[in-house]
Structures are given as structure tokens and as C-alpha cells.
Design a protein around this ligand. Structure first.
Ligand code: CP
Length: 403
């Protein structure tokens, strides 16, 4: 075995339930590796959101930018992205730059010594010799997790070991996408507006039309539309939303097994007390949603049998048209991890509820907050913020004390 068969090398550890694995990815009550969405609890999510909002605010000024870039200017990151990416790759790179971390990348393994037969695990160990964190996206599920075990084993041997950050692993997880989705929802469900005054706020106005509306993520109906089964972003985000109270989820997908939510995800959500319902056409449920999370159909995973199904598939049932938009609640944010295909036409982009570009930008701030946490400089950011700004950060997450 040369290490390319990574799953057999770590078989016993990979086979455990996720919750049994979580302690392996922490170090002194701080995340070391970021592999699963289940590693984040409510306190940590609030902390990341508060840190992200502080970084956002601090970076508005030149002295603030200089402070941030000085924090980790002694660190180097490897961005190992052997699966295509625009947003995750660039927002991690921008997040590193905000904190002063120098970045290097491998995107095409045929240009590295993997082309000559080097195993991906040997490549990882090499990266750990040169860099201080490895941020990785690969087509193989469980590879990022295996790399984290490799680093832990190196650590136990007294060798150099660095954090692994999963930036999308096969079909199973995309934990940092879930972070930016939660951050976007937290900001959206503050229901604030620049026009708010002490006498009249956007929230008051919305409450007159929707009397049961409350601030925050509790008690909301979350809709997920499209390729629910093969979408790793849905798996990771539903895991985090289940941490809030009185949450309902509506899954809207073509009546085809591979596109339906997988049984393990549904079982986990049911165990968490989530009220779940299913639909096969967006127009039937759009009006009842507090959030709509659109996804594209991931045709790159299609088999010939799948292609035969899609020849007769009515994609209009999973497309957000202006007519459906008109039935939706005035405040219902529309999220999409992107890239999109035809499921959200361009004409929707100008609607105030279209959050997907803001959502992508939020990825940069929350990933900077995550890296600040991993490298233990989030406390310095909190202290700088409190010294230089009088009020709490502009996020639903109030200034949570440094962890
Ligand atoms: N949301 C997301 O993962 O986008 P990219 O594939 O462009 O990174």
C-alpha cells in the first residue's frame, strides 16, 4: 500500500459514528481540524459570527487592515483544491490575505508529483513540512478526514503536524459553506434596515404583516429545493440548523431516489426533533417558507440511467420564477451555494430577497474568523474591536468573549 488507498489505512477510525470522532479534531477546547459540520455548536457559531462581523468592521479602515494583516503574517497556507471551485477557493485565499497569511495552491494534481505516482497522503505530509495549514477540496469523500488522522498520528510521533480544513469532500460534507450560510441567515433574520429609527423599524413593519415573525433562526420554516440528495451543502447546513429550536424543513426535489434527501440525514434530523415535509414542486410550498435554499442539479454525477430520467424531467418545478417569487414572504431570503444553472433566472437577482451574492461575500469574513480561531488570534481581534469601537458588532451575534 502506497497511501493512495487512504481509507484502508484509517479504516477503524473512519468507521466510527461522527460524534465519536469529534474529540480527535480539537485541541485545548479549540478546533484543530475542521472536517464535519457537527464540530460546531451554537456557542461556537455565535463566536464565529461575532468575529466575522468584527473583522468586517475593522477592515473598513487602513489602520484596521494593517492590524489584521499583522496577525498571522508569519503563517503559510496550502490551498489543495483538486476539485473545481470558484467561491470556496477564492474566499479562503481572500480570508488568508485579510489575516496576512501567505497562500500557495495546487489545483491540478497532474502538475504535481502525484502525476509521477506520489500518493495523496505523501503529498499531504510534504505540504505539512512547508505550510502551517492545509485547506483542501477533493472529489473523494473522507479524504480530508483521513488527512486529519494522518496529522494526528504525526503529532503523536512528535513530528510536524498542521490543521486540515475541509473545503468540500466528495458528496459528504462542506462544513465551511454551512458556516457562511448560518452567518448569512443570522444577519438576515436581524431584520434591520438602514432606515430604522427609534420609532419605526423594518422588523415592526414586517411584524404587522406577519404577526408571529420573530428575530433569529428559531421557529422558522427552511426550504431546500433541487438536488437535495447529492448536495453536500444541504447536508452540512441542515446539520447546523438543527441546533435551533422549533425548526421545520421542507425538502423540494424531483421524484427520483438519488435526488431525494438521504435516509441518514433524515434520521439525524428527526432525532433532533425537526418537523420534516416533502414536495415535488416549488410552487406548492414557496409561500410557507421563511428561507429558500436553491441548489442546482449536479449533472456531473449522472449515470446513463440518470440521464435517461432527466430527458423527461420537468425542471420548471424546481425553478424560481418571478411568479413563484411573488407568492413568497416579503422577508424570505433566497440562498444558493452557487454555481447556479437555470434554477434561478438572472431577473431574480435584483429582488431584495436574493442573498446569494452577499452570501458568497460572507464566506470570506466567516472563513477569516475560522482561521483566526484555529490560530488563536480571535481573542486579539475581540480586544482590538473593544478598544476601538464603542458598540457591539453589526451582527445578530453579539460580542462573544474571546474563547
Ligand atoms: N459554494 C461553493 O462551494 O462554490 P464553489 O464550488 O465555487 O467553491
Amino acid at each position: 500500500m502506497n497511501g493512495s488507498d487512504f481509507s484502508s489505512q484509517f479504516e477503524g477510525r473512519l468507521a466510527r459514528p461522527v460524534l465519536a470522532k469529534i474529540p480527535d479534531f480539537a485541541r485545548q477546547e479549540r478546533l484543530k481540524h475542521v472536517i464535519f459540520a457537527q464540530q460546531f455548536d451554537r456557542d461556537l457559531l455565535d463566536h464565529f459570527s461575532a468575529t466575522a462581523s468584527m473583522i468586517r468592521e475593522i477592515s473598513r479602515t487602513r489602520p484596521g487592515q494593517d492590524f489584521l494583516t499583522g496577525l498571522l503574517s508569519h503563517k503559510r497556507a496550502m490551498l489543495y483544491f483538486t476539485q473545481p471551485s470558484t467561491r470556496t477557493f477564492l474566499s479562503f485565499m481572500a480570508a488568508c490575505q485579510i489575516l496576512g497569511i501567505t497562500c500557495n495552491e495546487i489545483r491540478d494534481p497532474s502538475l504535481s508529483s502525484e502525476y509521477k505516482g506520489e500518493s495523496p497522503l505523501d503529498s499531504m505530509r510534504m505540504f505539512s513540512s512547508y505550510f502551517d495549514v492545509i485547506i483542501m477540496r477533493t472529489p473523494q469523500a473522507k479524504f480530508a478526514e483521513s488527512c486529519a488522522y494522518l496529522m494526528n498520528d504525526l503529532d503523536k510521533m512528535g513530528k510536524r503536524s498542521v490543521p486540515i480544513v475541509n473545503a468540500g469532500s466528495g458528496a459528504d460534507e462542506h462544513p465551511t459553506q454551512a458556516l457562511l450560510d448560518i452567518y448569512t441567515l443570522q444577519r438576515t433574520f436581524e431584520f434591520t434596515a438602514k432606515t430604522d429609527t427609534s420609532k419605526a423599524t423594518r422588523f415592526d413593519q414586517l411584524q404587522r404583516k406577519y404577526p408571529t415573525l420573530s428575530k433569529g433562526l428559531d421557529g422558522k420554516v427552511y426550504g431546500f429545493c433541487g438536488d437535495v440528495g447529492r448536495g453536500r451543502t444541504v447536508r452540512s447546513l441542515t446539520t447546523l440548523l438543527a441546533l435551533w429550536k422549533n425548526v421545520s424543513m421542507v425538502f423540494i426535489y424531483p421524484d427520483y431516489p438519488k435526488l431525494a434527501p438521504y435516509a441518514d440525514m433524515l434520521a439525524r434530523l428527526e432525532d433532533a426533533g425537526i418537523a420534516i415535509s416533502h414536495a415535488h414542486s416549488l410552487d406548492q410550498v414557496a409561500a410557507q417558507l421563511d428561507m429558500l435554499y436553491m441548489t442546482r442539479i449536479q449533472h456531473e454525477h449522472d449515470t446513463p440511467e440518470d440521464r435517461a430520467f432527466f430527458e423527461t424531467f420537468d425542471k420548471s418545478k424546481f425553478t424560481l420564477t418571478p411568479e413563484i417569487l411573488a407568492t413568497m414572504r416579503d422577508y424570505c431570503p433566497i440562498l444558493h451555494p452557487f454555481p447556479r444553472n437555470e434554477e434561478i433566472p438572472f431577473e431574480i437577482d435584483s429582488d431584495n430577497r436574493a442573498m446569494y451574492f452577499r452570501q458568497a461575500r460572507n464566506g470570506m469574513w466567516i472563513r477569516a474568523a475560522l482561521l483566526a480561531h484555529i490560530f488563536d488570534v480571535d481573542g486579539k481581534i475581540g480586544s482590538y474591536y473593544l478598544r476601538n469601537y464603542a458598540s457591539a458588532p453589526t451582527s445578530s451575534a453579539t460580542a462573544v468573549p474571546p474563547r
